[in-house]
Design a protein around this ligand. Structure first.
Ligand code: UD1
Ligand code: MG
Length: 471
């Protein structure tokens, strides 16, 4: 999101209404903490307010207040308690004690996360020129939104809640997005005069705004260029919709920047994730959190990456899981590989099928291709680990380190019982259990020597046959 200039005639203060219970979510989690595109709904609103140049952000909390405070942080945030939820007007009124100066209040809803900073900037500028402004969503059927009635001069005449509107008023195409810029301290005066004269017995913010307009304070209407900006989340279906829209914004931006996303509708790339030019992302991929992917990479079907740094020209084969890992230039990972936190693959390293790596560095050109576990290890340049090699890093109490030197060859099914070191260029015989350090260039054989019993199979057959003949 773009950052807008900070200089305004009056300070801009955001007040985010977030005290509601969100009953239709049917959840023990406060509604505004439900995640869309990897962040709580409320975090999106806070970010938009910051980008629109709000010096302070007041958040009105009630239901699940403690939890909300823990999740959303920042020095610019002030908390306002609304102990009993008596309506949007009552919610905003609780913030009065925190607003000491003449200010433009950007009043937002914690459950309307798609609002864009430049819309907020436009609203604020309009309010700064006159007195107030509200965002209008224009659509054939604004559904549950309040209907905005326009005055002959184009300003606000009234806002009628859908549930209280006549059939005629319900046909109005202008919906109240629930996003306002209003001048303080006057708005608090109008809020004090609002009566709970509606079926809900609530104090409506919309009534205070209407009353101000009737009192000659200009309240302008700003139509949202993108009606999605006004989408609110009241149930899980709306949450899914908003999640998808937030992702799509980012996917579109990435595609514009030269990333191929074969099936955007089946791809999750969270907004914090960076992807370089000419990288190809296949369907069913999730790139989450602080992940970054370089140029000319291919991320194949079904791979899941979180907080992982991938360099350039990396190939991640299908169904690999990378969590908190670092993957260097030209590496190949998967299919079905799992890189756990603090795994570092350096240039051209290869981690293949059904291999798990944790807290290990795998140096340039080293290969771990099949069915291995590599934990707390340092694997030297160009080393090769055969199928089924396991670093036995845990003795039941502590974790220990395995060191494998450059160019070492670890035979299939070797158990490396840590702490242990295999010197550069050394080998281990397949099936060995290595409990002692292996010197550079040596071959370690840590298994029972093979013994062949000649003719043994024929003897067994004879013994069986003679048993069957017994009476
Ligand atoms: C409100 C508007 C409606 C508008 C719609 C846009 C009113 C009376 N109606 O209706 O015109 O079209 O938003 O989405 O304002 N909240 C509190 N404390 C309360 C009540 C609500 O903090 O006592 C918060 C909620 O957590 C929510 C926001 O205010 O974030 C909006 O409240 P909600 O109950 O969703 O209002 P709507 O019925 O959607
Ligand atoms: Mg709502």
């Amino acid at each position: 999101m773009s950052s807008l200039p900070q200089e305004h005639p009056r300070p801009r203060i955001a007040v985010i209404l977030a005290a509601g219970k969100g009953t239709r979510m049917r959840s023990s989690l406060p509604k505004v903490l439900h995640q869309a595109a990897g962040r709580p709904l409320l975090a999106w609103v806070v970010e938009a307010a910051r980008a629109a140049g709000c010096a302070r952000i007041l958040i009105v909390v009630g239901h699940g207040a403690e939890q909300v405070r823990e999740e959303i942080t920042g020095n610019d945030i002030g908390w306002v308690e609304q102990a009993e939820q008596r309506g949007t007007g009552h919610a905003l009124a609780q913030a009065e004690g925190e607003v000491h100066e003449q200010a433009t209040l950007l009043v937002l809803s914690g459950d309307v996360p798609l609002v864009a900073p430049d819309t907020l900037d436009r609203l604020a500028r309009t309010a700064e020129e006159g007195w107030g402004a509200l965002a209008v969503t224009e659509m054939d059927d604004p559904g549950s939104l309040g209907r905005v009635i326009t005055a002959p001069d184009g300003g606000l005449e009234d806002i009628v809640e859908a549930r209280e509107a006549s059939a005629e008023i319900r046909k109005v195409r202008q919906g109240n997005a629930g996003i306002y810029a209003l001048s303080a301290p006057e708005i608090f005066e109008y809020l004090r005069r609002v009566k709970p004269d509606n079926a809900q017995g609530e104090l409506y913010l919309t009534h205070a705004v209407r009353d101000a307009a009737r009192d000659g304070r200009p309240v302008r209407l700003i139509t949202l260029a993108d009606p999605d900006e006004g989408l609110g989340v009241n149930d899980r279906a709306e949450l899914a919709r908003v999640h998808r829209l937030l992702l799509d914004r980012h996917l579109q931006a990435l595609m514009k920047a030269g990333v191929t996303i074969l099936e955007p509708g089946r791809t999750v790339i969270e907004p914090g994730v960076r992807v370089g030019e000419d990288t190809v992302v296949h369907p069913g991929v999730s790139l989450l959190g602080h992940t970054s992917v370089g140029r000319e990479c291919t991320i194949h079907q079904g791979s899941w990456l979180r907080d992982t740094a991938v360099a350039d020209r990396v190939d991640i084969a299908p169904y690999s899981i990378l969590d908190g890992a670092e993957v260097g230039d030209g590496c190949r990972v998967g299919p079905f590989a799992r890189l756990r936190p603090a795994s570092r693959l350096l240039g051209g390293a290869r981690v293949g099928n059904f291999v798990e790596v944790k807290g290990s560095e795998i140096a340039a050109g080293a290969k771990v291709n099949h069915l291995s576990y590599v934990g707390d290890a340092k694997v030297g340049e160009g080393a090769n680990l055969g199928a089924g090699v396991v670093t036995c890093n845990y003795d039941g109490v502590r974790k220990h380190v395995t060191e494998i030197g450059a160019g070492a060859f670890i035979g299939s099914d070797t158990m490396l019982v840590a702490p242990v070191k295999v010197g550069a260029g050394a080998s281990t015989a397949a099936g060995s259990i290595i409990t002692k350090d292996v010197p550079e260039g040596a071959l370690a054989v840590g298994r029972v020597r093979q013994k062949n019993l000649e003719g043994w199979a024929g003897g067994l057959r004879r013994r069986r046959e003679s048993k069957e003949e017994e009476p």
